[in-house]
Every structure is written in structure tokens, then in C-alpha cells.
Design a protein around this ligand. Structure first.
Ligand SMILES: Cc1ncc(COP(=O)(O)O)c(C=O)c1O
Length: 439
């Protein structure tokens, strides 16, 4: 096994200087909180360039990247075809704020990839896609309540930055506590958060409030608070409840869309939602999101219908070019088999270390390091503090060995088409080395 990609002496004076400067200029020094490395007892490194599986930081250290911009880079960094498409598009204009051929192609690609979906509205982020889907569900049903699952993150949408205890399920008034300041309780109270996997509790909730529930939103493969794989029966149960009470089922496939196959995870599970939100991969590393759904719901959007939604940069031609090129490569025969083989290799190598807790949960190219023994949880409340402590304690050593992981025990690693078996071997060696210092 190869052990390291970094220069012999790892030093970080330039990253540190940049972070000090950033802290004076940007709140917490970062433009998205998890980048601050708080939970892994560190300070961020500053990326200078990235190519394929590799990242080089401001001090010249090299890493194999297993974060991949939190999922969009399924082909790895700066894929040559994607970059070429971006360059060709850029010289034809950076933004039109007007209609263009790329957005029609993208909408067609999306409706073709998601059976039952007939129209797409393109936006600039996953958060925007989720906001739009919620508004649509409320516009379609004339109801205000949204059901989400504890620990689930769907972007920084006001109504979804909430948590609620199960006690609320049986209360006369649904209500939730905001998990961020700045969210009026009137908005937080339009959301009910329930534990994953508990259909009985959901049935109880719907029996009490079903006629007020606009939608259930769920990642069909919950992948941003661990990898909390749900059963097919649970997803089918959600579908049945929504049908029974005329509520909409929204699948947030911002992570899972095109990650495991050319399409959505819901399709793999045989469950069809009413709306799907997308982001990440469909932009190929550029800011693109989308809502897709059947015509009867999608045509509620302005300018056809009464649900308003807009965006200056929506359908941006350069972003769409990156996304279309990415989808074109994903539609070919090579990418998904390579990713599956890499994933299997990762599991095998971890097992071969003989360290019983050095393991995780994997589906395709998504891997959640779960460094504890016992059953791997499927709901947020069961995540072992020991697993979190071990991951956090090992993080810096693994980083210094040349492997960049998402800086949080609750996040998943993303394998990319640019990874090779030796990158996996090196990662596992680095993890096994770091595990020696942890109890
Ligand atoms: C499932 C899910 N939905 C929505 C979002 C929000 O997407 P974005 O960060 O592009 O706004 C994320 C972001 O990680 C996500 O994981």
C-alpha cells in the first residue's frame, strides 16, 4: 500500500495566514460553516488547485480528495471534457438572463432520467431547489405544514432548519424549535420533524394533522448526517400516507441524484415521489439545481401558475454546459462500474486491516466512515458518540498523510471516477495508522 502523497514535512503556514486574514473578513473565516474544521479540532487548509483525484493546498501539500466538493465532482476535479465544455460556453457569454439552448437540453435530460417527471425548473443551488419544491407543494395543496426527518439537512431553508422532539407529534399544535437564530417561530411551527424509520409515529401525526400537511420531504437515501439507509417498506409507507392524505412526497436527491446510477435513488427503490430536488452532480461542479415533477404540479409555477419563483442566474449557460457534459459522461458505460468496483475495494481493504471498528456503511460511491462496532445506525439519534470521537481524533493524522476527508464525522466520503485503487489503498493505510493512536 502506498502511504502518502504529501511532501515529507507537512507545513501549513500559508493556510494559517490566509485563515487568520479570512477570519477578520468573513464570519468564522468561511463561506459555509462545516469548512471551518471545528469538529475535527483544526483549522482549514486553503486549496490552491485541484486536478483529478488530487488537491494541492496553498503550502504546496498534496492530498487525495475524498470530499469532492461534497458530492458534485463525480468525475473528479477539472475533468478535461467538462473544462472544455465550460471554456467553449464561457466564450459565448457568461450569463444571458435569457432563454438558451442549453437549458432546454438540460430539462430534457432531467425528465428523461426520472420516470414520471415531465418538467424541470432550473435554479442555482440545492437550497433553491428545495425552497421551490416546498413552495410548490404548499401552492398545490393550499396547506402549510411540512414534515421532515430529524437530522436531515436540505439546505439552509428557514422552514427546514428546525428540529422537534417526538413529543410534538401528539401535541394539539405541531411545532418545532428552530435550530438557527433568525427563524421566526411562526415559520418553524410550519415544520414537524420526526425520526427516520418510524412509520407508526408518522401515521399518528397524519391522523392528527394530515389535512394540514402539504408535503413530506426526505432524502430517499439520507446521506448528509451519516448514511442512514432506509428500507424500501419505509419509503413505500411514506408514499401511501401521502396518497391517503393528498399530501405531496418530495424526494431530495441533491446528493443521490445521478450518484448511484443515471437517475434517482427513488427509482432504484421503486417509489415515485411527486417532486424531486436536484443539485450537486447536475452542475458538474458549477452552481446548478433543479426541481423536476409532473406537468400538473410544475405548471403551477409562474409564469403559467400562481406560485412565484425566479432567478437572475437560473439556467446559467456555463453551469449548464458543465452539467450537461457531466451527465453525458455518466450516461456512458464506464463511470458507475468503476465507482462500484472502487467501493468494493475500499470495503475489502478496510476489512483486511483487522481492526474491527475501522469500517463504515457504503452504497456505490458513497461511504460513511462509522468507526464503532455494533449495528450501523439508520436514524440520527443512534449515531455512536464513540464513532464520532474516533473520527475526529484521527482526522488530522489522515490529513497530514495526504488524504482530504470531509471535516466532520457526520459527512460521507465521495468516490470519483478519477480515483484509482492505489488511492483507496493509501487511504486505508493512513486510517489504519491513525487508528493505532485511538482507543
Ligand atoms: C440533501 C441536500 N439537500 C439540499 C442541499 C443544499 O444544497 P446546496 O448546498 O447546493 O444549497 C444539500 C447540501 O449539502 C443536501 O445535502
Amino acid at each position: 500500500m502506498s502511504s502518502t502523497n504529501s511532501p515529507k514535512t507537512w507545513q501549513r503556514s500559508r493556510s494559517d495566514a490566509l485563515y487568520d486574514q479570512a477570519c477578520a473578513l468573513i464570519p468564522g473565516g468561511v463561506n459555509s460553516p462545516v469548512r471551518a474544521f471545528k469538529s475535527v479540532h483544526g483549522r482549514p487548509i486553503y486549496f490552491a488547485s485541484a486536478q483529478g483525484a488530487n488537491v494541492t493546498d496553498a503550502d504546496g501539500n498534496e492530498y487525495i480528495d475524498f470530499c469532492n466538493s461534497w458530492g458534485p465532482l463525480i468525475l473528479g476535479h477539472a475533468d478535461a471534457d467538462v473544462v472544455r465544455s465550460v471554456q467553449e460556453s464561457a466564450v459565448r457569454g457568461l450569463s444571458y438572463g435569457a432563454c438558451h439552448v442549453g437549458e432546454v437540453r438540460m430539462a430534457k435530460a432531467l425528465v428523461d432520467a426520472f420516470p414520471g417527471m415531465e418538467m424541470a425548473r432550473l435554479v442555482s443551488s440545492g437550497t433553491e431547489a428545495v425552497m421551490t419544491a416546498l413552495r410548490l407543494s404548499r401552492g398545490a395543496t393550499g396547506r402549510s405544514l411540512i414534515v421532515k426527518f430529524e437530522g436531515g439537512y436540505h439546505g439552509h431553508v428557514d422552514a427546514l432548519l428546525v428540529k422537534a422532539g417526538s413529543g410534538l407529534i401528539t401535541a394539539a399544535e405541531p411545532g418545532a424549535e428552530a435550530s438557527s437564530a433568525g427563524i421566526p417561530k411562526e415559520i418553524a411551527h410550519t415544520t414537524v420533524a420526526v425520526p427516520l424509520g418510524n412509520l407508526d409515529q408518522l401515521r399518528e401525526l397524519f391522523a392528527l394533522h394530515g389535512e394540514r400537511i402539504a408535503a413530506i420531504i426526505i432524502e430517499p437515501l439520507p446521506a448528509n448526517n451519516g448514511l442512514l439507509v432506509q428500507s424500501k417498506a419505509f419509503l413505500q409507507g411514506l408514499r401511501q400516507l401521502c396518497d391517503q392524505y393528498d399530501s405531496l412526497l418530495i424526494f431530495d436527491e441533491v446528493i443521490s441524484g445521478f450518484r448511484l446510477h443515471y437517475g434517482g435513488f427513488g427509482h432504484l427503490m421503486g417509489v415515485r415521489p411527486d417532486l424531486i430536488t436536484l443539485g450537486k452532480i447536475i452542475g458538474g461542479g458549477m452552481p446548478v439545481g433543479a426541481v423536476v415533477g409532473p406537468k400538473k404540479i410544475m405548471e403551477l409555477l409562474a409564469p403559467v401558475g400562481p406560485v412565484y419563483q425566479a432567478g437572475t442566474l437560473s439556467g446559467n449557460p456555463v453551469g449548464i454546459a458543465a452539467g450537461l457534459e457531466t451527465l453525458c459522461k455518466l450516461a456512458g458505460p464506464k463511470v458507475y462500474p468503476h465507482l462500484e468496483a472502487l467501493g468494493q475495494h475500499l470495503e475489502t481493504r478496510l476489512q483486511q486491516t483487522g481492526i474491527p471498528w475501522l469500517r463504515g456503511r457504503r452504497i456505490g460511491s458513497i461511504f460513511w466512515p462509522y468507526f464503532d462496532v455494533g449495528e450501523i445506525p439508520t436514524d440520527a439519534a443512534s449515531i455512536s458518540p464513540v464513532a464520532v470521537r474516533r473520527f475526529n481524533a484521527m482526522y488530522q493524522q489522515v490529513l497530514q498523510a495526504g488524504y482530504y476527508l470531509p471535516p466532520s464525522a457526520y459527512e460521507v466520503l465521495f468516490l470519483s471516477y478519477a480515483h484509482q485503487r492505489e488511492h483507496i489503498d493509501g487511504l486505508v493505510q493512513a486510517l489504519a495508522n491513525a487508528a493505532q493512536g485511538v482507543d
